[in-house]
Design a protein. Structure first.
Length: 69
């Protein structure tokens, strides 16, 4: 369902941004737990979006370190 993925990704982006600003890495798990109390499906989509966004950030950092070659 596209709506699920869209909402989960938007929430993941906002949560990661806030965690980055505050330094509170436990915020991701707190949000996931809150979502999971209502919808396990949404929780799984949120955690997947978090993993994908973190992987993207690591890949972009690697590319930045290697410059234009």
């Amino acid at each position: 369902m596209q709506l699920l993925e869209t909402l989960a990704d938007e929430l993941a982006q906002e949560t990661l941004a806030r965690a980055g600003r505050t330094g509170d890495e436990s915020l991701v798990q707190k949000v996931a737990d809150e979502i999971g109390s209502s919808s396990q499906t949404m929780q799984e989509a949120f955690l997947t979006a978090v993993r994908v966004r973190r992987a993207e950030a690591r890949a972009r950092a690697l590319l930045a370190r290697h410059g234009d070659g």
